[in-house]
Write a protein that binds this ligand. Sequence first.
Ligand code: NAD
Length: 361
Amino acid sequence: MEKLRVGIIGCGNIANGKHMPSIAEIKELEMVAFCDIIPERAEAAAKKYGTPDAKVYTDYRELLKDETINNVRVLTHNKMHAEISIAAMRAGKHVLCEKPMAANYADALEMCKVQKETGVLLTIGYQHKYDPDVLYAKAEAAKDVFGEMYYAHANVVRRRGVPLQGLFLQMDGQGGGALIDVGTHAVDTALYIMNNYKPKMVVGKTFDKLKNQTETGNPFGDWDPSIYEVEEFASAFLEMENGATLIVEASWALNTREQTGVRYRICGTKAGMDNYDGTLKINGICNNKQYIHEPNFDPAGVAYMDTNKADLPRIKEQQVFTDAILGKGELVTTPETALVVSHILEGIYESAKTGKPYYFN
Ligand SMILES: NC(=O)c1ccc[n+]([C@@H]2O[C@H](COP(=O)([O-])OP(=O)(O)OC[C@H]3O[C@@H](n4cnc5c(N)ncnc54)[C@H](O)[C@@H]3O)[C@@H](O)[C@H]2O)c1
């Protein structure tokens, strides 16, 4: 079988931690080109993950000239997502771009337009949709186990977890801080389970109260206040067109006891769910009694039965994209749904700036 040829653009943390080791597990793919403005990063990636004749570039436009490349990963800082994804789509490549879709809504909208014009596939790296609890919750929601889902919390709360690599602290490079970086996953996950992509209004606040502190307790090291331009914490109240409400919290640094990944609590007319203590719980009423249903996602102690590799969210993400390219399946994260997430982030930032609610139409 001839493999689909992949180009990697941006060979930093997420390329090494998520994409390249995952693509290496997909039998239909091979990595043939690597680009980074820091040449050693592209060279090291090519050596570790590339085909024997893999090419190395420092200019993504050169990589895109290779007509044999079928699809690319865009894994740079947020600001470059739109420019590179648009150029790649215009060059006829299918694109898996990291989250958030872009550094702002206008850029994300342009990406959607170009996707429609070119007809290639565009998807965004929201891998939490493939977390076992999210898959389960989504399946139950599709069976109407929860009824009308009208109230949700979506959050990622890091007590201390300010990323210091690359351009993470710079407004121009990223378009924001904790909200656009980790909050975007929480919003995406909650909307996905609720299957509700029609926001009406949002009120948001952002904070940078801790940035001048020097004894930070940050596991990645102390941040430098002189280059720290983005928010460390954001909170928001979102109302959807159907009246459902969503409370969003996202922090890189907050004086709270918790330190969490993507969390959600979603309440419906028939039942609710949350993953607040690390596992999915479905809460309902049966025979006039309250019940808590807790699915078991591990192989229950069976020796040598660790999670099947193909089920890992980072690998599923690549397989779903590959299957969609091959016409064997549909994208899970469509450009349209990722665009709504970007619009919500922008609405929160706008509301924080103006001190007024932001309306989506
Ligand atoms: N899905 C997730 O859970 C997740 C987690 C972490 C990061 N991310 C996303 O991944 C993206 C990258 O984050 P990171 O942590 O890997 O950052 P990083 O700084 O470690 O890596 C970015 C790489 O892009 C390179 N680069 C910059 N401009 C370039 C250009 N014009 N052409 C080619 N290469 C260029 C940089 O030199 C760097 O090596 C961000 O958008 C971030 O939001 C997603």
